[in-house]
Design a protein around this ligand. Structure first.
Ligand SMILES: Nc1ncnc2c1ncn2[C@@H]1O[C@H](COP(=O)(O)OP(=O)(O)OP(=O)(O)O)[C@@H](O)[C@H]1O
Ligand SMILES: [Mg+2]
Length: 370
């Protein structure tokens, strides 16, 4: 009688999973090569789903869709074990030189100063690292470096090491300082606090290039670059020096109203840098005593602008005392209050960013295989 009981096979499991689509890439998981290590023992099925980022916002949906497909299409199943893993894909560089081991370099920019670029960069970096990605944060604001303060690394100095290059020669390398799971480099580690930086444009771009070429970044999925305000020398030299996976534009509702953000967005588009999305910071204020949200500058401006410009909206971050305190004390809110509401906003924006990077990488993948 036993042979009459249908049991799952690798073929029946694979066929069922062919009906599950990656919602962003619009192809099925099997042909995307995301299903790994199918193991079957009688009615027990185990397999891995390899996502394109550990911070995937669709993780739960994809897992549920796989379960449903197996449940409805495969006979004789008693147990399904799905392990969600990830490997961040890279794309072939379009120009410039690459940093060895670094898969994606992402510029964080804004039209005007003080909109919270550095704060958003630090929190996005920590959120991605907490999700399990390997993350670096480069402070390209050479005149006003704030990453050391934001990450609680104010009194630290960079160390140098000597490495042997593939051609046998030796070279000096800067070792990034690590905090909250993020590797960081900043001009702030090189000059004593409070001392002004008096360099001019050409020297500035040299520093940025040095941060790219002479830093021992190691293996990174994402290197976020916190840019100085505006679209000046540093932005230009950065996008010329290395192939950027894209740029994130940070705005405030006022900035949106004045269309300042649009100018920086257009500047990146001119440089052929994809816009990964817009983050609206200081979107509204939540009164700490009543919990009531006040939309001081109106509601939904960032989202509307993103829609009009046909770029993704990554999320909004409220104006909050906890965020400001975290910045001042060197403990991003994701570290000081990981389960709080503010952390949820940053995590959501980080997931949406990771998602857009995966979508962009997939667009270029046919090139990387050629
Ligand atoms: N969501 C927020 N809630 C409360 N305070 C915030 C928020 N975002 C940023 N801030 C505060 O606003 C100030 C400016 O932020 P930040 O330095 O990150 O801006 P920036 O755009 O990097 O500035 P710059 O253009 O000078 O580089 C800081 O004091 C920071 O703590
Ligand atoms: Mg800044």
């Amino acid at each position: 009688m036993n042979e009459l009981i249908a049991l799952p096979t690798e073929a029946s499991v694979t066929d069922a999973l062919r009906t599950v689509q990656d919602p962003d890439l619009h192809r099925d998981l099997v042909s995307l090569g995301m299903i790994k290590n199918i193991k079957i023992c009688e009615g027990n099925i185990a397999f891995q789903v390899e996502l394109t980022t550990p911070a995937c916002p669709l993780k739960a949906k994809i897992e549920a869709d796989c379960r449903e497909a197996i449940g409805t299409l495969v006979a004789g199943v008693t147990n399904v074990k799905i392990e969600m893993t990830s490997r961040v894909p890279t794309k072939r560089p379009m120009g410039g030189k690459i940093i060895p081991g670094v898969k994606h370099v992402i510029a964080i920019a804004s039209g005007k100063g003080g909109v919270g670029k550095s704060t958003v960069s630090a929190n996005l970096a920590v959120a991605l690292a907490q999700a399990g990605a390997k993350v670096g944060l480069m402070d390209a604001d050479v005149y006003g470096p704030t990453i050391p303060m934001l990450m609680g690394l104010e009194d630290e100095e960079l160390q140098q090491i000597v490495v042997r290059l593939p051609d046998g020669n030796k070279a000096q390398r800067i070792v990034p300082l690590e905090r909250h799971g993020v590797a960081t480099v900043s001009m702030g580690y090189m000059i004593p606090a409070g001392q002004p930086v008096v360099w001019r444009g050409p020297m500035l771009s040299k520093v940025v290039n040095q941060f790219l070429s002479d830093v021992e970044w190691g293996e990174l999925d994402y290197l976020l670059v916190d840019l100085p305000p505006g679209t000046g020398d540093v932005t230009m030299s950065l996008s010329e020096a290395i192939p950027l996976s894209g740029a994130v534009i940070v705005t405030t509702p006022q900035d949106v109203a004045a269309s300042i953000a649009v100018k920086s967005l257009r500047a990146f588009q001119k440089l052929n840098v994809p816009i990964l999305g817009v983050v609206e910071n200081m979107a509204y204020f939540v009164a700490p005593d009543t919990g009531k949200a006040y939309y001081i500058f109106g509601h939904g401006g960032g989202q509307t602008t993103a829609e009009e410009l046909k770029v993704p909206f990554l999320g909004e971050i409220p104006l909050s005392i906890a965020v400001r305190q975290g910045s001042d004390e060197g403990e991003p809110v994701l570290v000081s209050d990981p389960d709080g509401e503010l952390s949820r906003y940053f995590r959501e924006a980080a997931s949406q960013l990771a998602r857009q990077i995966s979508i962009q990488a997939r667009k270029f993948q046919p090139l990387s295989m050629s």
